[in-house]
Design a protein around this ligand. Structure first.
Ligand code: MG
Length: 278
């Protein structure tokens, strides 16, 4: 089953929906958040996230991020080949960081690239969506707390990641967390692949058998640091092939069973300067 969120015009009320495996072109609307027990209403819409992303403005429906998390936990250096390309050692335990929920960006919407930086990189990642509260769980039970999987683009200003020495600003700009287009509840994460296409050219092609820390290990490890709440997102790290985005580019992530997460890139307004404080 696939889960998604959308806005219906003209009242623009966000609705949750589901797509059943035997009817891939039809969204069945729910009466509330499936994480809080939302049930099917019987209302049905002919809609596919893929067609919508190719023409987001020409529709009476607008696709939204499929979940609104309290927190988005990123994992750095979790693919061997990406860790190598960044010139870093293989970590002995997961490297965690947070992205603010204000960075979330719906499918089809533009990533606003801050001006004045050399590298503003895409990072195509598979993301875990938590289904119920998870606190201090061992690896053996961690998967019981996973609702499903989606795609996350962990957009990063590489200059700032190096200059600041931590990740808050580098990974926290508005629009730096494209998420979606759907959550799939049926997904074999052990054999999954995530790909990124920049302007139609394949630039990342990673398989989860390259993960340094598995999904179970990440969920368990994080749950001993912070309680995971329903809807929280863990972005599991990016494979090799990260690269710079420029205004005018289109970046598209994809995974079998989840679909494509497509976002164009625009230039953000210039940043003010806070220097000359002497
Ligand atoms: Mg990342």
């Amino acid at each position: 089953m696939l889960l998604l969120r959308l806005l219906q015009k003209p009242d623009r009320a966000p609705r949750f929906g589901r797509v059943l495996d035997d009817e891939p072109g039809v969204v069945e609307l729910l009466d509330g958040d499936p994480l809080l027990g939302g049930k099917p209403t019987g209302e049905r819409l002919a809609f596919t996230p893929q067609q919508w992303q190719d023409d987001p403005d020409g529709s009476e429906v607008e696709l939204l991020v499929p979940v609104v998390p309290q927190k988005i936990i990123g994992v750095g250096s979790n693919y061997r080949n990406h860790t190598k390309e960044m010139g870093k050692p293989i970590p002995s335990e997961p490297l965690l960081f947070l992205k603010p929920p204000s960075a979330l960006l719906s499918p089809g919407r533009p990533i606003a690239r801050p001006q004045g930086f050399e590298r503003c990189d895409y990072e195509g990642e598979l993301a875990v969506v938590i289904g119920r509260r998870c606190h201090r769980q061992p690896v053996s039970t961690a998967m019981n707390y996973v609702l499903g999987y989606t795609l996350c683009n962990d957009v990063t200003v590489r200059d700032l990641q190096k200059r600041d020495g931590q990740f808050t600003r580098a990974k926290g700009f508005d629009s730096f967390c494209p998420l979606g287009p759907v959550i799939t509840t049926d997904f074999d994460m052990g054999r999954a692949a995530v790909r990124s296409h920049l302007n139609g050219k394949l630039v990342q092609d990673g398989a989860t058998d390259e993960l340094i820390f598995s999904i179970e290990e990440l969920v368990s490890f994080i749950s001993h640091v912070m309680t995971l709440e329903p809807g929280d997102v863990i972005s599991t790290g990016t494979p090799a092939g990260v690269g710079n985005l420029q205004p005018g580019d289109v970046i598209e992530l994809s995974a079998d069973g989840i679909g494509r997460l497509k976002n164009p890139v625009i230039a953000a307004p210039a940043l003010p300067t806070l220097s000359n404080r002497s």
